[in-house]
Design a protein around this ligand. Structure first.
Ligand code: CIR
Length: 257
């Protein structure tokens, strides 16, 4: 059984962190509807959704991806790069503890889960404004015990590594080459975003489908030509909080290996 942990939208989302975009009014009812549609899409893929209650004190807390790295063997609770987000991890640790043995990233190390791209036994870590070499070194010490290798990746112009590259099939990644270099990634085929849609590299490949935003029709066309089956979601309000699709869930196999 696949499990997805999500969290209801914080009523404080209008005070979210923003790094690369201007603040625009977020329609709270609409962002909640978009988030619910995302959860429904996961349920339709036979994933069990565990929705945590909203955290009024943490504007960005719907973006649960940043708070943990869940692997088949264990999970690592992160130390998020933005100070305003560090209080989000306590409830995530509680939610994950029935499923995995937990490890932690400690200060001065920082990691946001949005900077961690797992492909097989490789963990690519974006050296963004949110994740630092100390955090990556701590992560490496833990995951190497379970046979994973860690590769630090330079990323520029965007919030997280997974703003610039995500996996979209078992052997292909969708990449914005303006933000991250292909040289770091091994044994994958590259599909480049349409250059007029720089923010379009974040899709959520899950259970044989690719969840993909409705706002990037040109890149979506490219993906369809590759034979990839898309589940299109409108996440316009989520994007105003600089969020995307991977960041709204933590998805993993129920039982550890
Ligand atoms: C932040 O800046 O932390 C939030 N406003 C957006 C986080 C998005 N997270 C993700 O893409 N993994």
């Amino acid at each position: 059984m696949r499990i997805a942990i999500t969290r209801d939208v914080s009523p404080a989302i209008v005070n979210c962190e923003l790094t690369h975009i201007e603040r625009a009014p977020i329609d709270f009812q609409l962002v909640r509807r978009q988030h619910k549609a995302y959860e429904e899409c996961l349920k339709n893929l036979n994933i069990k959704v565990i929705r945590l209650p909203a955290e009024p004190d943490f504007p960005d807390s719907m973006f649960v991806e940043d708070t943990a790295i869940v692997l088949d063997e264990m999970a690592v609770i992160t130390h998020p790069g933005a100070a305003s987000r560090r209080g989000e991890t306590a409830s995530i640790a509680t939610a994950l503890s029935p499923f995995r043995k937990l490890f932690r990233i400690e200060s001065p190390g920082t990691i946001d889960g949005g900077d961690v791209l797992r492909i097989g036994k490789a963990l690519y870590i974006g050296m963004s404004g949110r994740s630092n070499p100390e955090g990556s070194a701590q992560l490496q010490r833990v995951v190497s015990l379970f046979g994973y290798r860690v590769v630090n990746v330079e990323v520029t112009g965007c919030l997280h590594l997974k703003s610039a590259i995500t996996q979209v099939t078992d052997n292909a990644v969708l990449i914005n080459p303006a933000w991250v270099d292909q040289k770091y990634f091994e044994n994958v085929r590259f599909i480049e975003v349409d250059s007029s849609e720089p923010d379009s590299a974040n899709g959520l490949w899950e259970s044989g489908a690719l969840l993909y935003p409705s706002s990037f029709p040109r890149t979506a066309e490219k993906l369809k030509h590759e034979g990839i089956s898309l589940r299109i979601l409108d996440v316009s309000e989520v994007a105003k909080a600089e969020g995307a699709l991977t960041c709204c869930s933590l998805i993993f196999n129920e039982s550890p290996v």
